[in-house]
Design a protein around this ligand. Structure first.
Ligand code: CAA
Length: 255
């Protein structure tokens, strides 16, 4: 994937750009995104980051199923851990991160959007955590961050059915803050970033750091549990069947 990073004064825009796979992530692309966020941490004068996908169809279609299909439990754990590292790097960036979701945000794509501080989307956006259809649980933080975003009952429905959520529903359930025509999405993201960047950078960083502590309990414990279960799922016949069925373009048969 090309991970394109551009900078306009105090605002950086990170664009996921692998159109042939609807911006799905393999490990090479995850490493590139991780490097981009590690680099952004050190960027002088940076006050806000926008994360978006190239084109008008997809933000990110999740983890690369074609890479995952033959992984064993150890490989699944390692791939999950890399996704966790990227999501944590986004979440822990000192500056706020806005996800501008321009189409599909499926699986790991939705999870990376959830690691951002806020989300806005285009009218054609579709969100889903479809992992259970592939024989695995969510693996890049969705089991912890989706309940925080939309509440435990709605998160349970979305994760356990794997169903799609269109932009209007995403707005209603609080998954996104606003919905715009696709042509307006990036300008609106920049307006939002500029409003943040106009404020005291020290106060904005302090407020973000404080808000990250606002949830009771230790989120790290939940993330560790998720990662262990994600890795273990790669030792099951369900994972092989679910992902092979996607690659073969057929409906999986879970027994
Ligand atoms: N991994 C690998 N390749 C993918 C992909 C993915 N996640 N999503 C799409 N692609 C590929 C397709 O295989 C296809 O490639 P070919 O042209 O070589 O066949 C290409 O991108 C275009 O996709 P479609 O033809 O399927 O496009 P569409 O418009 O008909 O459908 C879609 C779009 C509904 C998003 C569909 O592509 C889809 O369902 N993709 C899978 C989404 C998914 O299940 N994501 C979750 C992955 S698991 C995960 O992320 C685990 C985790 O928690 C970290």
């Amino acid at each position: 994937m090309a991970i394109d990073v551009s900078r306009d004064q105090h605002i950086a825009t990170v664009t996921l750009n692998r159109p042939e796979a609807l911006n799905a992530f393999n490990s090479e692309e995850l490493e590139a995104l991780l490097s981009a966020f590690m680099w952004l941490r050190e960027e002088p004068g940076l006050r806000c980051v926008i994360l978006t996908g190239a084109g008008e169809k997809s933000f990110a279609a999740g983890a690369d199923i074609k890479q995952m299909v033959d992984l064993d439990a150890q490989g699944g754990y390692a791939f999950g851990a890399l996704g966790h590292a990227v999501a944590n790097a986004i979440e822990r960036l000192p500056q706020p991160v806005i996800a501008a979701v321009n189409g599909y945000a499926f699986g790991g794509g939705c999870e990376l959007a959830l690691a951002c501080d806020m989300r806005i989307c285009s009218e054609n956006a579709v969100f889903a955590q479809p992992e259970v259809k592939l024989g695995i649980p969510p693996g890049w933080g969705g089991s912890q961050r989706l309940p925080r975003a939309v509440g435990p009952g709605m998160a349970a429905e979305l994760i356990l059915t794997g169903r799609n959520v269109r932009a209007d529903e995403a707005l209603r359930i609080g998954l996104v803050n606003a919905v715009y025509p696709i042509a307006d999405l990036l300008p609106k993201a920049r307006d939002l970033a500029a409003a943040i960047a106009a404020n005291s950078p020290c106060a904005v960083r302090a407020a973000k750091a404080a808000m990250s502590r606002s949830f009771a309990g230790n989120p790290a414990t939940g993330l560790d549990t998720e990662l262990r279960l994600f890795g273990a799922a790669f030792a099951t016949a369900d994972q092989k069947e679910g992902m092979r069925a996607f690659v073969d373009k057929r409906t999986p048969e879970f027994v």
